[in-house]
Design a protein around this ligand. Structure first.
Ligand SMILES: N[C@@H](CCSC[C@H]1O[C@@H](n2cnc3c(=O)[nH]cnc32)[C@H](O)[C@@H]1O)C(=O)O
Ligand SMILES: [Zn+2]
Length: 436
């Protein structure tokens, strides 16, 4: 067997404990062959990574982003969601080319691999270009074309929804099966009811989930309540959008009935704490969701509302804002947050990964604990959420393949990617501002 052995360090196990353990990876199958002490085959491994002084964790799952928005990082800050989207972001996005999307996705991939993220869910356009980056980068992803129908005539609206379904059908299974897809109507307010219904039907036809933005701001909830006399999740239920396998971003303004609807239907929520704070959207009731068994994953949202794609940052933010929201320092504890960024992320997306156990996908990150800000090591779980930074990740492995070894990327060239991204971003802004 062609194997990779991670030896001498600790590992974060699915029960939420950190134990001294080696991890043996079957590189051909892309899976974990064994975990523990004294594993057969470790000494004969084809390749070995010494993890002494490190903890091996599941590769992190960024369950909601718009990866190519890395090109807009820091371009439009300190503005509320509605104005931010309509006046700042959408005009620039109108000038984005497929080449921009590809280079933005490469930049995002470099950033994610360097900070231990192996898997992400992306809602954007020109997703075929994002798919080619995922393929080259060696990552795992769930991709979808974000469709908006508000402000469009019927033909254009229908075409955008149809594109979302077509893209999902075409890209599903790409990159040797590491890419899966979803139909992605942008949100319950930017897509009209009949088009939402078409998206739900289209997704069912090709057997992929639905992903959308839901209950992100009060301004998004109120119009639905005023117009229909029901809460957004009741509206979503009526449309048939609440179902096992579907996953919604944000879920900030949810009442108790809506939380129950999510739990009963098996619909997951992707919590995006940094974006929610930066756009002053509000505080998601994360502990309440966890209490009733809703699968809560973690996402960065786009780099323009975060402003990075580092899930360690996001974990810390989730723990912090979860406590404030609940008015209880015991709420959203470190072990819950770690689960959100790993196993729950994989579950929400319906993708492999998220657990270090025999037979699971070999999606892993090696975190170097030998640093002043991680000393003393009373509690590695606490450190992973409250003190580790993305830059503490030393090695990243996805599907059994090493994507970063000793902080050197093996599939992408960061210097070249950054240079091209800076040039593309400057060009994009010049074009967008020249047009207005
Ligand atoms: N086909 C659509 C694009 C939708 S992609 C997804 C969209 O979500 C936007 N977006 C990014 N962050 C957020 C957020 O927090 N809430 C809502 N939308 C967001 C992003 O800028 C992008 O326009 C069109 O033609 O405009
Ligand atoms: Zn978003």
């Amino acid at each position: 067997m062609d194997t990779l052995a991670l030896t001498g360090g600790k590992a974060l196990l699915p029960d939420g404990t950190v134990e001294t353990a080696d991890v043996l990876v079957d590189r051909e199958g892309g899976t974990i062959a064994a975990v523990g002490g004294d594993i057969d085959g470790v000494n004969e491994a084809t390749e070995t990574i010494d993890t002494t002084g490190c903890v091996v964790i599941p590769g992190l799952v960024n369950a909601h982003t718009h990866v190519s928005m890395t090109l807009l990082r820091g371009y439009a800050d300190d503005t509320p969601l509605e104005t931010w989207l309509r006046e700042e972001i959408w005009p620039v996005e109108a000038a984005l080319t497929p080449d921009d999307i590809e280079i933005g996705a490469e930049l995002g991939a470099v950033e994610m691999i360097r900070s231990g993220t192996t898997t992400f869910a992306d809602m954007y356009f020109s997703e075929d270009r994002v798919a080619s980056v995922v393929d080259r980068a060696g990552m795992r992803a769930l991709l979808g074309h974000g469709a908006v129908t508000i402000g469009k005539d019927e033909a254009a609206a229908r075409a955008d929804i149809e594109e979302s379904v077509t893209v999902a059908a075409e890209l599903d299974g790409a990159a040797d099966g590491r890419i899966r897809t979803a139909v992605m109507p942008h949100s319950l307010t930017t897509v009209g009811e009949r088009y939402l219904r078409e998206a739900v039907e289209g997704a069912a036809d090709i057997d992929v989930p639905i992903h959308l933005h839901a209950n992100e701001t009060v301004d998004e909830v109120d119009p639905i309540v005023e117009e229909r006399g029901i809460r957004p999740m009741e509206y979503a239920e009526g449309i048939g959008a609440l179902a096992e396998g579907n996953f919604f971003a944000h879920g900030v303004h949810l009442d108790a009935t809506e939380i129950d609807l999510l739990a009963e239907s098996g619909t997951s929520i992707v919590h995006c704490p940094a974006s929610n704070m930066k756009l002053a959207s509000g505080m998601a009731p994360v502990q309440d969701l966890l209490d009733v068994g809703v699968t809560v994953a973690l996402g960065t949202d786009g780099a323009a509302s975060n402003n990075d794609l580092d899930l360690f940052d996001e974990m810390r933010d989730a723990a912090m804002v979860g406590k404030i929201a609940a008015g209880d320092a015991a709420a959203v504890p470190a072990e819950s947050v770690l689960r959100m960024a790993t196993a729950a992320g994989a579950d929400a997306l319906g993708l492999p990964g998220g657990r270090i156990a025999e037979g699971e996908a070999a999606d892993l990150a090696v975190v170097d604990l030998d640093a002043p800000h991680l000393t003393p090591a009373h509690d590695v779980i606490s450190h992973l959420v409250y003190a580790v930074r993305g830059s503490d990740v030393r090695d990243t492995i996805c599907n059994g393949r090493v994507l970063m070894r000793d902080r050197e990327l093996t599939t992408l060239d960061p210097d070249r990617v950054m240079e091209r991204a800076s040039a593309a971003a400057a060009d994009l802004i010049a074009r967008a501002e020249g047009d207005t």
